[in-house]
Design a protein around this ligand. Structure first.
Ligand SMILES: *[C@@H]1O[C@H](CO)[C@@H](O)[C@H](O)[C@H]1NC(C)=O
Length: 337
């Protein structure tokens, strides 16, 4: 009996702070910050820096919201802006994992959504909104991303991978073996995908805690090396964690061009099931890991998950990431510069 379909379902609706259609901008200038950045309703975080602001998005379950601030401390105090909600039946609901990506000078917002109360393997897809020159601009619906060889297949957690200037959609889907897995599909533009190919299945024991899952792909680029971090195992367990695919050259859409390793980032310091991460780069070029975790020792797939940010470090080769462990809430972390 498959149960992977609700692995990342936030079971309670969003909004820890009032949400407006304009949003309040945080401008705190403290030297350090403390986690969490969003104390609840913070799953599946995505963050990007653009033109003076850090932009944060998390899964609300019902709509797309963005917060922005000039620092991590500022983000904590910012009022989210509601940028998208939609009553169209086939994309009304189960709104998950929003991300914004700049492609050819314009921001595009990718998110997962599907039918009301029916987010199983047949009824959830990746969609894209067309934005403007800033992530804060208004968005209009552009379309559903439909791989040519599987246009109606269940798909969630879409992200954008760039290799040698070529665009790819990376996302989670269901493999022929029935496992929630990672897929990749070339893109001819921001809203058109070609054939999907299977990139990674949850085959190792650390990817099968509670239930076999690969999801939440997150591209990472360092010193000419391309990686794809991803989340493994069931969010209903403390074994939810981050794994890594490293691109070795060759056909990008072939799984044999990638080497899997993990787990790299696991429960610690009172944070359980750390995962569904993203990476962002600060103005001075430092890379940060933004991820969610829960204080529930059993793991959780609900709104108890909070958003955490910490610097990513690298081994002495300068390219191999050291994720370290989820840092204590009491840590004073230098603000990104
Ligand atoms: C960038 O800023 C961070 C946070 O303050 C600091 O730790 C790091 O050393 C800085 N990097 C460079 C290259 O200046």
């Amino acid at each position: 009996e498959n149960e992977w379909y609700n692995q990342c379902l936030p079971r309670t609706p969003a909004t820890i702070r009032p949400t407006s259609t304009t949003g309040g901008v945080g401008t705190a200038t403290d030297a350090t910050f403390q986690n969490p950045i969003k104390p609840s309703q913070g799953p599946d975080p995505f963050m990007v820096y653009d033109n003076g602001y850090y932009y944060l998005m998390t899964t609300t379950g019902s709509d797309v919201q963005i917060s922005r601030g000039t620092s991590m401390t500022a983000l904590k105090a910012a009022t989210p802006k509601l940028v998208w909600s939609d009553k169209t039946p086939n994309r009304c609901c189960s709104v998950w994992a929003p991300e914004v990506h700049k492609i050819s000078g314009k921001w595009w917002l990718y998110y997962s959504a599907g039918l009301a109360g029916n987010w199983n393997h047949e009824n959830q897809w990746v969609h894209v909104l067309e934005g403007g020159s800033s992530p804060w601009d208004t968005y209009t619906y552009r379309g559903r991303l439909e791989p040519t060889n599987a246009p109606d297949a269940w798909a969630i957690d879409g992200s954008i991978l760039t290799v040698n200037g070529a665009l790819y959609l990376v996302f989670a889907g269901v493999s022929p073996a029935g496992l929630q897995s990672l897929f990749i599909a070339p893109m001819s533009n921001a809203y058109t995908v070609g054939e999907r190919s299977l990139l990674s299945e949850p085959t190792d024991s650390w990817e099968r805690q509670g239930f076999p899952v690969n999801e939440g792909p997150a591209p990472l680029y360092k010193g000419g090396v391309t990686y794809l971090a991803f989340s493994a195992s069931s969010c209903r367990t403390a074994g939810y964690s981050l794994g890594l695919l490293k691109y070795n050259g060759g056909t990008v859409t072939s799984s044999s061009s990638w080497t899997k390793s993990g787990p790299h980032f696991t429960s610690a310091n009172g944070h359980y099931g750390p995962g569904h991460n993203a990476f962002f780069t600060s103005p001075n070029g430092s890379i940060y890991n933004v991820y969610h975790a829960t204080a529930k020792t059993t793991g959780a797939c609900d709104g108890s998950r909070y958003t955490m940010v910490q610097p990513l470090t690298f081994q002495s080769d300068g390219v191999t990431p050291n994720f370290g462990v989820p840092r204590p809430l009491s840590d004073n972390i230098p603000e990104p510069q």
